[in-house]
Design a protein around this ligand. Structure first.
Ligand SMILES: Cc1cc2nc3c(=O)[nH]c(=O)nc-3n(C[C@H](O)[C@H](O)[C@H](O)COP(=O)(O)OP(=O)(O)OC[C@H]3O[C@@H](n4cnc5c(N)ncnc54)[C@H](O)[C@@H]3O)c2cc1C
Ligand code: SF4
Length: 509
């Protein structure tokens, strides 16, 4: 029998993947590699690199324990070829293998690299997802609008999660209107489960410190789970202690609490340490046992079988040029403070500091703070996309790009969202405690002291009035804008221009 290589990438750390199912333990060789190409195509957060290398090393050891022959390349291996195709060729020469089995990577960049590899690579579908490409395309075909909500209902029916026969549990598909409570005074959840680094993790931390000293982000204290057992403990901890209140405070933000009632499991799920099914079943079981209310469990399950699967469907349907879309023709450079948190806007400083310290921010911080600002300020969406891809531990293009290019920046022209996610300071003030103590006044609309989100919001609507003026979901806002006096409108536009001028010179804002 001809021997083959089985390629396992850093975000494919699941035992039940098609490439392993197809392979022969006695004949084939698993290839895993820490390569510079993957560690540096954007300046990844050091914690993301450390998490993946540590989890890869442990997964390789686990496979060996299961009887697999594994060739594992460490980053500092002197023979490291530096790229995935290079490593495949090296291992093919060593073993005499003539074919590679792999599952489809989550980035077009890497799919193309494998397709161009001189040794034939057989790519299997990544069936760790609920919805295949074909199924998504079938759902999307002929629809005027690809709204997540309709897709989500299909996924509920398909999985039977929270279904009472063919009806949704509790009579409604979506309990989002219960999930928008502002931040409470006290958070009773102590945060995600933290793990003390063992020898494998310590070794990786030293490597990352030595090789990526300039990357944005704090490496220590490093507390992520790095194997499946730990990831399952983190999931159980969330389900027992945070899920019951996840829904209520899903959109809230608090200066003194970075995680609120969020799961902080996306990095584990996206790397393959957890699967969507076990996560959703654990949440559903909490509801059935009466331990978590329907609004929390439905909201949580929707994120996973709804948003997450939908985003992946969009990425693969739209194709490799998706990350270059720029429907609003935004050209401004990403301000330097995205890498330093050096800004007087307290909400921005807090969200960026937290991103630097944790490689994590929750959805509303990403969408309504850093994303909202970038959109209002007219930042080039590709630069925004590269920032998000670099700074979060859960970021891979298949999920990051539709969230950033589509949902957050409206750069796809309205495929993901029917209207842009923009708001003035009022929304941030309502959902957080950031505005107290900010150098800017959230109640002020124009002038040096006014909250920049306020005038940038109106200037954004004004700038894009031809595109959005007729959108029924935005009509009310345009009416409000047009009801303002000419002087007020002009003062708003002047404040926005002055602020953006300052931003362009690199002055502190
Ligand atoms: C601008 C922007 C960029 C984002 N980039 C990423 C990214 O690179 N990787 C990523 O996994 N998520 C991304 N998201 C989605 C979401 O913010 C994160 O999944 C979530 O914050 C992860 O934290 P958590 O595990 O505590 O999630 P929770 O809030 O507890 O939600 C539970 C799970 O639902 C899933 N989920 C929730 N919302 C989304 C969504 N919009 N898309 C896909 N999955 C979702 C995640 O797997 C998450 O773990 C982005 C959102 C925005 C607005
Ligand atoms: S006042 Fe404006 S800039 Fe300051 S924290 Fe509030 S929303 Fe952010």
């Amino acid at each position: 029998m001809v021997s083959r290589l089985v390629l396992i990438l850093g975000d494919q750390l699941s035992e039940d993947i098609a490439a392993l199912r197809e392979a022969d333990r006695a004949e084939d060789t698993v290839v895993m590699a820490e390569v510079m190409d993957e560690a540096s195509y954007v300046p990844h957060h050091p914690r993301k690199i450390a998490f993946l290398f540590a989890a890869m090393r442990k997964f390789a050891a686990h496979l060996e324990g299961q009887g697999w022959r594994v060739r594992y390349t460490r980053l500092d291996d002197p023979d490291n070829a530096g790229s995935i195709p290079g490593e495949l060729l090296r291992r093919a020469e060593e073993t005499g293998a003539t074919e590679v089995l792999a599952i489809e990577p989550g980035e077009f960049r890497l799919i193309a690299a494998l397709e161009d590899c001189p040794i034939p690579v057989h790519l299997f579908p990544d069936d760790r997802f609920l919805c295949s490409h074909a199924e998504f395309d079938q759902w999307a075909e002929g629809r005027k609008e690809l709204r997540m909500e309709w897709f989500y209902r299909e996924m509920r029916r398909k999985t039977g999660l929270l279904m009472a026969g063919d009806k949704p549990e509790g009579g409604k598909w979506n309990y989002d209107h219960d999930n928008r409570k502002p931040a409470p005074d006290e958070i009773t959840f102590g945060g995600p489960m933290q793990f003390t680094p063992d020898d494998t993790v310590e070794e990786v931390l030293a490597l990352v410190e030595a090789r990526f000293p300039e990357n944005f982000g704090t490496l220590r204290p490093f507390w992520f789970a790095t194997d499946r057992t730990q990831a399952r403990q983190a999931l159980a901890h969330f389900t027992a202690h945070a899920l019951p209140r996840f829904g209520d405070y899903q959109d809230a933000m608090l200066d003194g609490n970075r995680f609120l009632y969020h799961a902080v499991i996306s990095m584990y799920l996206n790397a393959g340490l957890l699967g969507w099914q076990e996560i959703c079943e654990a949440a559903e079981a909490a509801y059935t046992a009466g331990d978590a209310p329907l609004n929390a469990v439905e909201g949580f399950i929707r994120q996973i079988i709804g948003w997450r699967e939908y985003m992946r469907g969009i990425y693969f349907r739209e194709g490799p040029d998706y990350t270059r879309r720029n429907a609003l023709d935004h050209q401004r450079k990403l301000p330097g403070f995205y890498w330093t948190a050096d800004t007087d806007m307290r909400c921005m400083a807090r969200a960026i500091e937290q991103t630097r310290d944790e490689a994590y921010a929750h959805h509303i911080q990403r969408l309504m703070v850093t994303g909202n600002f970038a959109l209002l300020a007219g930042i080039d969406p590709h630069e925004v996309h590269e920032w998000y891809l670099a700074v979060y531990a859960d970021a891979y293009e298949w999920v990051e790009a539709p969230n950033v290019i589509g949902m957050s920046q409206f750069a796809d022209g309205g495929i993901v969202g029917s209207k842009p996610y923009v708001s003035g300071g009022n929304y941030i003030n309502k959902m957080s405690d950031y505005c107290k103590g900010c150098a800017y006044e959230v109640g002020e609309k124009t002038g040096d002291k006014a909250c920049p989100f306020n005038y940038l919001y109106w200037a954004f609507l004004h700038r894009h009035r031809d595109r959005f003026g007729k959108n029924p979901r935005m009509a009310q806002m345009y009416r409000t804008w047009m009801r303002m006096s000419d002087e007020k409108r002009q003062a708003t536009l002047d404040s926005a221009e002055a602020f953006l001028g300052k931003l362009d010179t690199g002055a502190r804002v």
